[in-house]
Ligand binder design. Structure first.
Ligand SMILES: Nc1ncnc2c1ncn2[C@@H]1O[C@H](COP(=O)(O)OP(=O)(O)O)[C@@H](O)[C@H]1O
Ligand SMILES: [Mg+2]
Length: 231
C-alpha cells in the first residue's frame, strides 16, 4: 500500500470470466474493475444473465477469474491457498444469497452461530453474538425455530444476521430483496445499511430494484460484460 493512501476494503482489477457456451467460450465479465473504501456502498444492476452473481462470486473468492485480480483488505486472493482463502472469506466477507441458503436442520440461532464456531470463536461468545444479532433483526423470539417455520422476509433477516456475525469488512449481497415484499425489502436494506454505518463495512448490493439502488452511494451497471456508471 502506498504511504498516505487508505487501504481499500475491496479492490478488483481487470476481472475476466469466461464460461463454456455451445462449444465455445463466452466472456461474461470483460475487464471489470471496482474499488470500495470502508463504509462505502455500491449498487450493481444489470439484466438477468449479465454476470452480477458471477462478479460477487469472484469478489468473494468463491470462483477464480480467468484474468485480473481481487484484493481483499490488501490481500491478493490468487496468492492464497484454498484454506487461507476460505479463512479470509469466513472472517471478512459476509455473503447474502438471493435464496437465503440457511441450513434447514439447524435452528435459527445455530445458523447465525455457525460462521463464528467454524472460525473457532468459543461457544458462549458465539451464542451472545448470535442472540444480539437476532434481537437487532427483530427475531429474538424465533431463535429456536427452524428456517422453514419462518417467512421469506424473516429467513432473509436471519441470513443477514449470519452474514454480519463476524463483523465482516465486506458485505456482498446478491439480490437480497428479490424475493421479498416491499415492507420486508425495506427492512432488509435498513439492516445492511446499519452494518455499513456502524461497522464501516463496504457493501456491494446487487439489485434489480430502483429503490434499493437509489439508496446506494454509487450505482454501476453490467452491460456486455463491462461495469459502467449507471445513467
Ligand atoms: N458455472 C457456470 N457455468 C457456465 N455458465 C455459467 C456459470 N455461471 C454462470 N454462467 C453463465 O454466465 C452468465 C451470467 O450469469 P450470472 O452471473 O448468474 O448472471 P446474473 O446474476 O446477472 O443473472 C449467464 O449466461 C450464465 O448462464
Ligand atoms: Mg444472479
Amino acid at each position: 500500500m502506498a504511504a498516505g493512501s487508505r487501504q481499500a476494503a475491496l479492490e478488483a482489477e481487470g476481472l475476466v470470466k469466461r464460461y463454456p457456451d455451445a462449444g465455445a467460450l463466452r466472456t461474461v465479465l470483460d475487464r471489470v474493475s471496482l474499488r470500495l473504501e470502508p463504509g462505502e456502498t455500491v449498487a450493481v444492476t444489470g439484466p438477468s444473465g449479465s454476470g452480477k452473481s458471477t462478479l460477487l462470486h469472484l469478489l468473494a473468492g468463491l470462483e477464480t477469474p480467468d484474468g485480473g485480480t481481487v484484493r481483499l483488505l490488501g490481500q491478493d486472493l490468487a496468492g492464497l491457498g484454498e484454506a487461507a482463502r476460505s479463512r479470509l472469506r469466513r472472517r471478512h466477507v459476509g455473503f447474502v444469497h438471493q435464496f437465503f441458503h440457511l441450513l434447514p436442520t439447524l435452528t435459527v440461532e445455530e445458523n447465525v452461530r455457525l460462521p463464528l464456531e467454524l472460525d473457532g470463536v468459543d461457544a458462549g461468545r458465539a451464542r451472545r453474538r448470535a442472540r444480539a444479532l437476532l434481537a437487532a433483526v427483530g427475531l429474538a423470539a424465533r431463535a429456536g425455530d427452524f428456517p422453514e417455520q419462518l417467512s421469506g422476509g424473516e429467513q432473509q433477516r436471519v441470513a443477514i444476521a449470519r452474514a454480519l456475525a463476524p463483523h465482516p469488512a465486506v458485505v456482498l449481497a446478491d439480490e437480497p430483496t428479490g424475493n421479498l415484499d416491499p415492507a420486508a425489502a425495506a427492512g432488509v436494506l435498513d439492516l445492511l445499511e446499519a452494518a455499513v454505518r456502524e461497522h464501516g463495512a463496504a457493501l456491494v448490493l446487487v439489485t434489480h430494484s430502483a429503490e434499493a439502488a437509489a439508496r446506494a452511494g454509487r450505482v454501476l451497471a453490467l452491460r456486455g460484460g463491462r461495469l459502467v456508471e449507471a445513467p
